[in-house]
Design a protein around this ligand. Structure first.
Ligand code: THU
Length: 144
């Protein structure tokens, strides 16, 4: 993949879904960690959300001095996508330092709301990842 293609994906332009395999999606999630705003936890998290048309929305955690106002990388990516009119999500990659990155409970509920059939790749900067689904991460999920 050339640099131009990569830039298009990072800027949420429509890409070729066939080119966005699991490793690419995890790499995008890991690259965007550099943008995390996390002066309180010093724990950067990156997310990359793949839509069915090949568009990728990225997200990072954005913290705040007031407790409770911080947002996780996963929700940033989903809210960016929904607010741009996207609703058909197929895969979400998340990375952070450590073994592999498990989405928090709040994010699981939000992911389920918008994408009950989504696959989730929980990764780390070294490329290790665990493949799962939101249905496995949030059994008996609440919905209206
Ligand atoms: N965090 C995420 O962004 N996603 C996760 O899956 C786990 C936790 C963030 C929240 C907070 O900014 C920092 O990581 C430490 O908890």
């Amino acid at each position: 993949m050339g640099n131009n293609k990569w830039e298009c994906i990072r800027k949420n332009r429509i890409g070729d879904p066939l080119l966005i395999d699991d490793k690419v999606l995890l790499q995008i999630a890991n690259d965007v960690r550099a943008n995390a705003y996390c002066p309180y936890s010093n724990f950067p998290v990156g997310a990359a959300l793949l839509c069915s048309d090949g568009t990728v929305f990225t997200g990072v955690n954005v913290e705040n001095a007031v407790n409770g106002l911080s947002i996780c990388a996963e929700r940033t990516a989903i809210f960016k996508a929904v607010s741009e009119g996207h609703h058909d999500f197929v895969k979400l990659a998340v990375t952070c330092k450590g073994n592999h990155c498990q989405p928090c409970g709040a994010c699981r509920q939000v992911i389920y709301e918008h994408a009950p059939d989504i696959e989730i790749l929980m990764g780390n900067p070294g490329g290790k990842f665990v493949r799962t689904t939101i249905r496995d991460l949030l059994p008996e999920a609440f919905s209206l």
